[in-house]
Structures are given as structure tokens and as C-alpha cells.
Design a protein around this ligand. Structure first.
Ligand code: SAH
Ligand code: SF4
Ligand code: F3S
Length: 499
């Protein structure tokens, strides 16, 4: 008989029973068994996590961290001193995958070195765990399993809560078997998993998981599963606790926040059906200094959301509104469900009610067979909207998506040329937008030390842009007033005027 220890993480068995009966399940800090061997082996040891990809993955990193901390492990940024390495992967574009393959290659050398140094129990000295979106597509998973035998545990995006059980089983087997757990449980919303936040001033709060949109280029619906909303009570509880802990900002997360609640069939909150606008208003009323949300989907963005942003000062005047393309024919091939005209009409309604709104966007250049005329439509839209910032990508075919099967005769060099031209036009708008902020005094959330100069701090303006200014590290996590005095295009320099 193995010795049994209890630590404070949810019971998987209990959870699985409930999954059968309901979509939204609660874990109330149930106990879960972990062997004495595992606890003793890992207690006081260190773990390293590298996260790629979007905010959904960053939030998952905090859960992975919480689970590993519950084994009394400590986080380290030095890969050479740790017992567990977790690589939290992204599959959205080919170069995201390639970065991970290179990383795993480097870890192979680390493992070989350790194995040379010790002969006994050698497989257990460094456990390599791969999780995140890359392991959710069949071809990539096959490659990971076949080409990289030294990955010890593979964990799907729906299986994060199994992390401890897997580590326990792996060690119980003395590292002899590698474990792969990518079984889909995509109907679940699992509450109350332990969390160790990356900072103590700005927090991501999931409001919905997955995506049902199936844009033809995008892998996310395949890696994250169908859309599942959390209940309003659970979201508000998480936000209230964050407020009590002194957080200055919450960022509500969903691949498409505007469809929040649509899957909660018979659910009501205070007797009413819920929508993103009603949720946003409830969160705004908690009086956390800053509330943001990501990401909005143009055709589902309701005017009620505009009203909530306009009504509450603590809802930041910033909307990330990905357009992807300004051409109606490309939008159709992308399976985006709006036209250029509808998008521009929405932008007009937003600007009419919130004159100082900052808009950012995502644009894909070189979607299969994008013609020059189609590209020019995108430039035209970009000129009309005048974004304050933008994320631009060259189309990357993803195996298993519809677009990957489309004919694409546009030469890559042409795509690169269009990408540069798009950047130039976007920057005209950014320059115009930056002028509105120059010489103004604005509120800034101090997020850390500047990446380029130790003596400078970095902070975030209401419009989500960075401003660097001289100041003491003790201000990190505080809201301060900064005078903006230099425009660096993608950021500003400023000077602290009031703490
Ligand atoms: N849910 C969000 C973001 C999803 S992924 C939304 O719908 O906007 C983030 C961005 O990556 C997308 O907005 C898109 O611009 C880009 N992207 C997704 N798939 C891509 C692909 N195959 N090639 C290039 N860019 C892609
Ligand atoms: Fe991908 Fe489209 Fe869903 Fe965004 S809305 S995650 S781009 S499928
Ligand atoms: Fe990447 Fe997955 Fe996010 S594919 S962008 S980490 S949802």
C-alpha cells in the first residue's frame, strides 16, 4: 500500500462525476490524493514555466503555477536549476510552433547532461511537460510524440487540472512511462483551481473559454474547444477577491467576449438573461480602478456595450476590435461575419458616443489569393478608422483549417511588400493619435521597470500604450500621474508629476 497524503486541490473523481450531469461545475477545494514519494521528492524543488501565445495561455500559466505551488515547489527563471520544466505552447502561426521545437531541442541537451551525471533514477531528475494549444492538433501531437521521446508528460488545454495526478503517476512509475493526456472534456468549466498570479496589480479574469466562430484561417476553435461561459457569480467573486487584494486592474478574457452567456441556456442572473454588456456593467460597479476586456467580435459588438463604456469611468476607453481585412471578398473567405461597411458603421457609432476612444486591431495580410485590390480595401479601411495601435500578421496556413486547403497564388514576396505598406499606413494613424496625448497629464498604471533602462519605469495609459518615465521601483503596481512629453511611435516618454 502506498502512503497517501492530502493537499488542497480539487478532486478529479468528484469533478468527473459532476461533468456528466452539468456543464458548469464547481470545485470547492476538495482534497486530492498525492503520494508521499511525490511530495517528498518535489518539496522545496523548483519549476520553470515558459508561456507562448495569447492572454488565455498567460492565465493558464497562473493555474499551472498554482498547482505546482500546492506541491510546495518554487518558481525559478533559471532553467538549469529546476526539477520541472513546463512549456505552455501556442499554435496560432507556424513560427509559434517553430519556437517551441527549438526550445525542446535545447532541453534535450540539458537532460542528456543530467543523465550523464547520475545513473540512478535518471529519468526523474528533470521532468519536461508540454501543454497548451500545440498538443491539441493531431499532426503536431504525433510529431511531438514521435520526434521528441524525452518529453515526459503531454497535457491538453482541457486537462490542466490533471497536472498533479499526471506528475504523481509519472513518478510512481519511476519515470519509465511517458504520459499523454489530451482527452477532450470541452464541455466543462472548472472553477476554483489554485492560482498563483504573475503580479499583484493587474489580473486576467476568464469570462468564457473556447470559440465557435471558426474563422477559416484560425486554429483556436480546434485547440480550445467550443464556447463555454463562466457564471456571473463566479466571475464577480473572482473580481471581488482581486479588489480586496488591492488589484488596480482586471482584464476580462474571452476569444469573443461579445458572445458571452449565449451558451448558458436556462441561466439567469438576478432574474435576467445575461449578455456581455450586463456582465461588464456588474464588473464596473465593483469599482476596481481599471476594467478592460479582450477580444471583441465586430458583428456581435452591441451598442449596449458602448453605453457601459461611456457610463463608467473605470471601464477604460479602449477597444481591441480585430478587423482582419478591409475587403468584403476576403472577409467572406475568412468566414468573418461582417462587411467593411458594417465595421466602419460600428466604429462611427463608438466614436460618436466615446469621442476619446482608442481603437486597436488585428490584421492578416496575404490571406490565400488576396489580390492587390483586396489589399487596397484594407488600406482604405485603416485610413478611415485611424487606429491607435495594431497587431499585423502575414497569413500562416494551419493544418486542419479550411483556409489551409485554399489555393494561394500570391507570391510571398508580394505579401511582405504589402505588409510593409500596411505598417506605413497604420503608422500615419498612430502618429495622429499620439499627438492627442502629447503634453497631456494622464493616469498611468505602473507595470514594471523599463526594458531598456533600469532607472526608468514602464506604465500603461488608458489607451493601453506604454509610457516610460523616471521613478522609484516602489511605484510598481500603483496608479500615478505622468506628463507625456515625447512620442516614440509605439510608446511615449514622460515625467512623473504626482504619486
Ligand atoms: N479571438 C481573437 C484572436 C485570436 S488569435 C479574435 O478573433 O480576434 C489572434 C490573432 O492572430 C487573430 O486576430 C489573427 O489576426 C491572427 N491569426 C490567427 N490565425 C492566423 C493565421 N493562420 N495566420 C496569421 N495570423 C493569424
Ligand atoms: Fe479564431 Fe475567429 Fe475565434 Fe478569433 S473569432 S479565436 S480569429 S476563430
Ligand atoms: Fe495561441 Fe492558443 Fe492563444 S493557439 S493565440 S495560445 S488560444
Amino acid at each position: 500500500m502506498r502512503n497517501v497524503n492530502y493537499i488542497d486541490i480539487p478532486s478529479l473523481l468528484e469533478a468527473r462525476k459532476r461533468i456528466k450531469s452539468s456543464n458548469v461545475i464547481r470545485y470547492n477545494n476538495k482534497e486530492h490524493q498525492v503520494s508521499e514519494v511525490t511530495l517528498n521528492k518535489l518539496k522545496g524543488k523548483k519549476y520553470y514555466i515558459k508561456t507562448h501565445g495569447c492572454q488565455a495561455n498567460i492565465r493558464d500559466e497562473e493555474t499551472l503555477s498554482g498547482l505546482l505551488s500546492s506541491l510546495n515547489m518554487e518558481r525559478s527563471e533559471d532553467i538549469n536549476e529546476v526539477s520541472i520544466i513546463v512549456i505552455n505552447t501556442c499554435a496560432v502561426r507556424e513560427n509559434a510552433n517553430n519556437k517551441v521545437y527549438a526550445e525542446i531541442g535545447n532541453i534535450k541537451h540539458l537532460k542528456e547532461k543530467l543523465n550523464k551525471d547520475k545513473s540512478k533514477d535518471k529519468n526523474q531528475d528533470l521532468i519536461l511537460i508540454l501543454c497548451g494549444c500545440m498538443v491539441e492538433t493531431k499532426d503536431t501531437l504525433d510529431k511531438l510524440i514521435n520526434v521528441y521521446p524525452y518529453i515526459d508528460i503531454i497535457l491538453g488545454t482541457h486537462n490542466i487540472d490533471d497536472l498533479i495526478t499526471l506528475i504523481d503517476s509519472y513518478l510512481e512509475n519511476k519515470g519509465k512511462n511517458r504520459l499523454v493526456d489530451v482527452s477532450s472534456k470541452e464541455g466543462d468549466v472548472i472553477e476554483d483551481l489554485p492560482t498563483k498570479r504573475n503580479n499583484d496589480f493587474s489580473a486576467y479574469v476568464n469570462i468564457a473559454f473556447g470559440c465557435d466562430k471558426f474563422c477559416s484561417y484560425c486554429i483556436v476553435p480546434y485547440t480550445r474547444g467550443k464556447e463555454r461561459s463562466r457564471r456571473v457569480e463566479d466571475i464577480l467573486l473572482e473580481c471581488k477577491l482581486l479588489k480586496e487584494e488591492g488589484y488596480k486592474e482586471v482584464i476580462l478574457l474571452g476569444q469573443n467576449v461579445d458572445s458571452y452567456g449565449k451558451d448558458l441556456k436556462d441561466y439567469t442572473y438576478k432574474g435576467n438573461k445575461v449578455s456581455f454588456a450586463t456582465l461588464l456593467e456588474e464588473v464596473a460597479k465593483l469599482n476596481i480602478p481599471r476594467v478592460r476586456f479582450l477580444t471583441s467580435y465586430p458583428s456581435e459588438f452591441k451598442d449596449e456595450v458602448i453605453d457601459v463604456i461611456a457610463k463608467y469611468d473605470n471601464v477604460m476607453n479602449y477597444i481591441h476590435l480585430p478587423v482582419q481585412s478591409g475587403s468584403n471578398s476576403v472577409l467572406k473567405r475568412m468566414n468573418r461575419r461582417y462587411t467593411k461597411e458594417e465595421y466602419l458603421a460600428l466604429v462611427d457609432r463608438i466614436k460618436a458616443k466615446i469621442p476619446n476612444i482608442a481603437l486597436s486591431t488585428d490584421i492578416i495580410i496575404g490571406f490565400p489569393n488576396e489580390s492587390n485590390e483586396e489589399f487596397l480595401d484594407t488600406l482604405d479601411l485603416v485610413r478611415k478608422v485611424s487606429y491607435s495601435s495594431a497587431y499585423t500578421f502575414i497569413y500562416s496556413p494551419r493544418e486542419g483549417t479550411l483556409a489551409a486547403k485554399m489555393e494561394d497564388l500570391t507570391p510571398y514576396q508580394e505579401k511582405v511588400k504589402r505588409f510593409k505598406e500596411l505598417t506605413r499606413v497604420l503608422e500615419e494613424g498612430i502618429e495622429k493619435d499620439n499627438l492627442l496625448h502629447l503634453n497631456k497629464i494622464e493616469e498611468v498604471l505602473v507595470t514594471g521597470v523599463s526594458k531598456t533602462n533600469e532607472e526608468y519605469l514602464s506604465g500603461q495609459l488608458e489607451n493601453n500604450k506604454t509610457v516610460n518615465f523616471k521613478g522609484d521601483k516602489s511605484l510598481i503596481g500603483k496608479l500615478v500621474k505622468v506628463k507625456i512629453n515625447e512620442d516614440k511611435l509605439y510608446s511615449f516618454n514622460g515625467e512623473l508629476v504626482e504619486k
